[in-house]
Design a binder for this molecule. Structure first.
Ligand SMILES: [Fe+2]
Ligand SMILES: [Fe+2]
Length: 170
């Protein structure tokens, strides 16, 4: 139990230091200005995906490169624009933003092959090329889960939640 807690604390510390480094060395902080889903910023979404990716790897007892897993997850949506704004360059955001995120991330950081693959392939299956590494699969799955939860959450609060519960007779 204590061992489990220690590893969780270590994981959270690593995540925190990664965030600080990426904010200082690059433009991760800019993601706080852009909304991803619902009321969640791209920054908050990326941190959630990174945190969940780490938990998933631990739960599945997979030996992963934690540093690459977290860096890739934190940078997976590093496209750095507001995709809700009508602009020609934001067209087909779903299809092209992984490519844009990778291009931006390569400008600001030295990425290894694993980190590149995590960013480039996180939109599988919409971008129909399989992730190559287990770390890229984990981030791809964590991203889907977080996105779904962030989209659904506003509909499950306040009056709507009460109505849903009433409807379900809970
Ligand atoms: Fe994305
Ligand atoms: Fe994402």
């Amino acid at each position: 139990m204590e061992k489990k807690q220690n590893s969780r604390v270590r994981g959270q510390r690593l995540l925190k230091s990664m965030i600080q480094r990426l904010e200082q060395q690059g433009r991760l902080g800019q993601e706080k200005n852009y909304i991803q889903h619902g009321s969640t910023t791209v920054f908050a979404h990326s941190v959630r995906v990174a945190s969940l990716s780490l938990k998933l790897a631990k739960r599945l007892r997979l030996q992963v490169d934690n540093k690459a897993l977290l860096r890739g997850a934190l940078l997976h949506d590093y496209f750095l624009y507001d995709w809700h704004e009508k602009d020609r360059s934001h067209r087909l955001h779903g299809l092209f933003h992984a490519k844009t995120a990778l291009r931006n991330a390569k400008k600001d950081f030295h990425l290894n092959k694993l980190e590149e693959n995590i960013i480039a392939r996180h939109m599988f299956p919409l971008n129909p090329i399989f992730p190559r590494y287990k770390e890229a699969w984990i981030v791809c799955l964590a991203d889907k889960y977080c996105a779904a939860e962030e989209i659904i959450r506003p509909f499950l609060s306040g009056r709507r939640l009460r109505n849903l519960l009433k409807y379900l007779h809970v």
